[in-house]
Design a protein around this ligand. Structure first.
Ligand code: TMP
Length: 210
């Protein structure tokens, strides 16, 4: 008995938050028990690590510190929330997972991919998402959407950083069959319809495994 592990990915400004809520509601309406969670975070301790990662402070954070913190948060989250939920047969919908590390720390910060591979193998070598919904949007449009927000440490990054984040995600989407690439430039109802279609097909394929 094992539930499905679904992740949602994309840069800031792509509309992840409203879409992930619609996804969770759709799965629950099918009678599935769904744990809705996020990274970095998802447990009180991991949420504290999230605060360390997102807060803007005078001391610059070394890229390696950032990498280790995202994986520290992930190890805690896996131990306390994700693995127990999947073992119960619940479905897990997680707002970001290790693909975000490839995109932000690998693409954005330029860290060595082999270091990320090693940490991913250490922290969850046996566990990968079954489905990844990726919301794709041109950086200019995404920037326009987050204008006026109180920007966290990542949102303060420059355009080139987000171009690398996007291009890494697009490469991952081509490489992994579990990816569904959604055109997030469409009006919200169309994005939601697109996601719903892919989600329904996945549920039909994966089925409730209990
Ligand atoms: P959010 O925008 O989904 O709330 O995520 C918070 C930020 O954390 C976002 O800018 C992406 C960043 N992040 C990483 O840099 N690496 C990671 O592994 C994860 C999960 C998030």
């Amino acid at each position: 008995m094992n539930g499905a592990f679904i992740t949602i990915e994309g840069s800031e400004g792509v509309g992840k938050t409203s879409n992930v809520e619609a996804m969770v509601a759709r799965l629950r309406a099918k009678g599935l028990t769904v744990v809705h969670t996020r990274e970095p975070g998802g447990t009180p301790l991991a949420e504290d690590i999230r605060t360390l990662l997102l807060d803007v402070r005078a001391e610059p954070m070394a890229s390696l510190t950032e990498l280790l913190l995202v994986f520290a948060s992930r190890a805690q989250h896996l131990d306390q929330v994700i693995r127990p939920a999947l073992a119960r047969g619940d479905w897990v919908v997680c707002d970001r997972f290790t693909d975000a590390t490839y995109a932000y720390q690998g693409g954005g910060r330029g860290l060595d991919i082999s270091q990320i591979d090693q940490l991913a193998a250490l922290v969850h070598g046996d566990l990968q998402p079954d489905l990844t919904i990726y919301l794709d949007l041109a950086v200019d449009v995404a920037f326009e959407r987050i204008k006026g927000r109180d920007h966290d440490r990542f949102e303060r990054e420059q355009r080139a950083f987000f171009e690398s984040v996007r291009s890494t995600y697009r490469t991952l989407a081509e490489r992994h069959q579990r990816y569904e690439l959604i055109d997030a430039s469409q009006p919200l109802p169309d994005v939601q319809q697109d996601i719903a279609t892919r989600l329904d097909a996945f549920v039909a394929r994966f089925g409730p495994r209990s």
